[in-house]
Design a protein around this ligand. Structure first.
Ligand code: WT7
Length: 651
């Protein structure tokens, strides 16, 4: 692996928070020498405490750990109130709508809007500390107000991405036992209105714990109102007081839940708590994007994913930055839209997903040249491995070969970045997440907890708890322990395993190779194969199904389904049947989980104990020669049959 190395821009490094690898190493040495001292000093310096903590870390019940015990704070104070002295008239959020409409919200306005929202939830809906509130919203400022309003009154928000179906929304509402849903009529995409409220209506049919629904008006389309349940935000907000005392929260009280996919059919409610999460959100914003006081920072994610939580709302606001929120899609009205916005807002840090970079490259290679992108200093990527050609284009055409690319590796569960370059310090290599951030004890280990050799693929682990790590899976302690601490032990102690494979190169750089479990990554959206299978199985004609990921030019990975139909299903038209299967997926999960390939096969490759050999199915999907030992299969001949079926489908 002899890759090109790009040194940090020297001008940039001069004023960067971490200026070179010596400074990085000093920080990492400090953390290794005195772990609690390291974290304790940052927690004191960075967070606005209502009451100080007395203990930095309690590991006595590991993997259930506690950070900053005794400390009291409020995350909305950290993100808003504490900036009012020095930044009250600074733009906190710059919003650009799909149609180009704009809104600038200052820190003082944010303060009033969040307080009013908090009062609405508290006084009109009776939301109390610890209650769960589901947020099903488009990318509009009210989504951020809703999150911060929950934080202010101590309610636990659970955002469900707007692309999820009514069924998926319902499952998450029920699992979290939420009594309030905050939504909007809908929003705009590609100049056309789309709807969210009808999906909420559908999700709330039958038994659910939801008592109240708050509807923000965005696109003004007609929606149905259920009397006594649905309320207009735009009406109620008019009567709310602009002051709301922040709830005094314990450092380890839950802040939010965010459902993500695992290796079973049921998504897991990842729980993040107050102090540790907001501390790391802020520190990584400062270190990894190195945002300065007058900078404008733009992350293109959706608030429905962890990136939107940590790097559109909580991280930027905690550090007092200006964060852009964008409702639209990057390719509308053309693939120059993001670059036009970079020019217009003089964006300094731009953070997006490899899928978006690939699309913008493929459909708008020459667009960047039309705009002045000279304000850019740091470019970020996240969500999936980026391929070297996309990386190169990003570096040259967008960054003008002078911006650092931070390939940030992390997960819903880690709360914030864990492995990433530091823009003023790290010499970067294309498509490489480089080194663990200061304070993060990330290592690539084998199953026995030994560090792997250079060039050898191993398991990406974190060997010590860190402040923003997942605190639990909502309602399922056992699954938490099993999912993350069951696979790898180091010196006899279970360590956190991310589920990803990774490799060290000769210089110790970490490259993430992708998931080692049954989780696939479609356009940076995390999907459990078991979840997609469970959806497909709901179709009455389906007897058996196995879903695998297949490399996809734009999306990174696509979904490939092998389906065995029931013998009496009488399916005559396979094309129609594929449509019917995708309809079921759309209903159960949403469009984000639609299959790229569906192949009907007579059987699946199973061992005698009935386990499906997915590795074989992955190889066939890729069109690879089967080199695995298939003699342990119940019926080895099925492999050739499936391979030829797939072949003939391609013809
Ligand atoms: C999975 C986590 C992290 C926020 C968005 C996704 C993959 C993430 C990278 C990267 C290679 C990456 C991993 C990880 N991933 N960042 N820089 N290089 N792979 O959060 O939905 O929890 O997905 O995304 O496979 O486990 P998520």
């Amino acid at each position: 692996m002899n890759r090109e190395v790009f040194k940090p821009n020297r001008e940039f490094s001069k004023s960067a928070r971490i200026k070179n690898m010596c400074e990085y190493q000093d920080l990492q040495d400090f953390a290794m020498r005195d772990y609690e001292g390291f974290w304790g000093s940052y927690a004191k310096e960075k967070l606005e405490w209502m009451e100080p903590f007395h203990t930095v870390l309690d590991e006595s019940k590991a993997p259930f750990v506690k950070w900053f015990l005794g400390g009291k704070l409020n995350v909305s104070v950290q993100c808003i109130d504490r900036h009012l002295n020095s930044r009250k008239n600074k733009a906190a959020i710059i919003f650009e709508g799909d149609r180009g409409d704009k809104q600038i919200i200052t820190y003082l306005e944010l303060y009033y809007n969040v307080n009013k929202f908090a009062n609405l939830l508290k006084n009109e809906f009776g939301v109390k500390k610890g209650d769960r509130v589901v947020i099903y919203m488009p990318m509009i400022p009210e989504a951020a107000y809703a999150m911060l309003a929950c934080a202010r009154i101590g309610a636990i928000h659970s955002i469900v991405f707007g692309g999820f179906s009514a069924e998926a929304l319902k499952d998450r509402i029920i699992d979290a036992d939420a009594k309030v849903v905050i939504t909007a009529d809908g929003a705009f995409r590609k100049d056309k209105p789309y709807m969210l409220k009808p999906v909420v209506d559908e999700a709330l049919k039958g038994e659910t714990p939801v008592k109240k629904v708050l509807v923000v008006e965005r696109n003004g389309e007609d929606v149905t109102w259920v009397a006594g349940r649905d309320y207009s935000y735009n009406e109620l907000i008019k009567h709310q007081d602009v002051k709301c005392e922040p709830e005094v929260m314990d450092a380890e009280d839950p802040l939010f839940l965010l459902y993500t996919s695992g290796s079973t059919g049921k998504p897991k409610g990842v729980q993040h708590n107050q102090a540790g999460y907001i501390l790391w959100a802020q520190m990584t914003m400062e270190w990894v994007f190195d945002v300065k006081e007058n900078d404008t920072y733009w992350c293109t994610a959706d608030v429905g994913w962890i990136t939107g939580h940590t790097y559109i709302v909580y991280g930027p606001l905690a550090m007092g930055a200006t964060t852009i929120m964008f409702e639209g899609v990057p390719t509308y009205p053309d693939a120059g839209r993001p670059w036009k916005m970079v020019e217009e807002y003089k964006v300094n840090q731009f953070y997006t997903a490899p899928t978006a970079i690939r699309v913008l490259h493929k459909t708008g290679e020459h667009e960047p040249a039309k705009y002045d992108l000279s304000s850019l200093k740091v470019l970020g990527t996240v969500g999936e491995p980026i391929d070297p050609p996309a990386w190169k284009w990003y570096y040259e055409a967008i960054g003008g070969s002078k911006c650092a690319i931070v390939d940030t590796y992390w997960q819903t569960e880690t709360g914030g970045h864990i492995v990433s370059p530091l823009p003023g310090a790290t010499p970067i290599k294309p498509a490489c997440a480089t080194f663990p951030l200061p304070g993060i004890m990330a290592e690539i280990l084998d199953e026995n907890g030994a560090k792997v050799e250079v060039g050898e693929k191993g398991l990406m682990c974190v060997t010590r708890p860190w402040p923003s790590m997942i605190r639990g899976i909502w309602g399922d302690e056992e699954r938490f322990v099993k999912s993350y601490f069951g696979d790898v032990k180091k010196d006899g102690k279970p360590v956190y395993f991310t589920g990803d494979g990774a490799i060290y190169d000769e210089a110790g750089y970490i490259t993430i190779t992708g998931r080692t479990d049954d989780v696939i990554n479609v356009s940076g959206h995390r999907m459990g194969t078991a979840e997609v299978e469970a959806a497909i199985k709901k179709h009455p004609n389906v007897a058996e199904v196995a879903v695998v990921g297949k490399p996809h030019e734009i999306k990174g990975e696509g979904i490939f389904a092998y389906i065995v139909l029931k013998s009496d299903s009488g399916v005559a038209d396979e094309v129609e049947e594929v449509k019917a299967i995708n309809k079921v997926i759309q209903k159960e999960i949403g469009n984000i989980a639609l299959c790229d390939d569906v192949v009907f096969v007579p059987g699946l490759p199973k061992t005698r104990s009935g386990k499906i050999m997915r590795r074989i199915l992955r190889s066939i999907a890729k069109g690879e020669e089967i080199t695995q030992d298939i003699s342990t299969l119940e019926d080895p001949s099925i492999v050739a049959t499936i391979a030829s079926t797939v072949q003939s489908c391609k013809l």
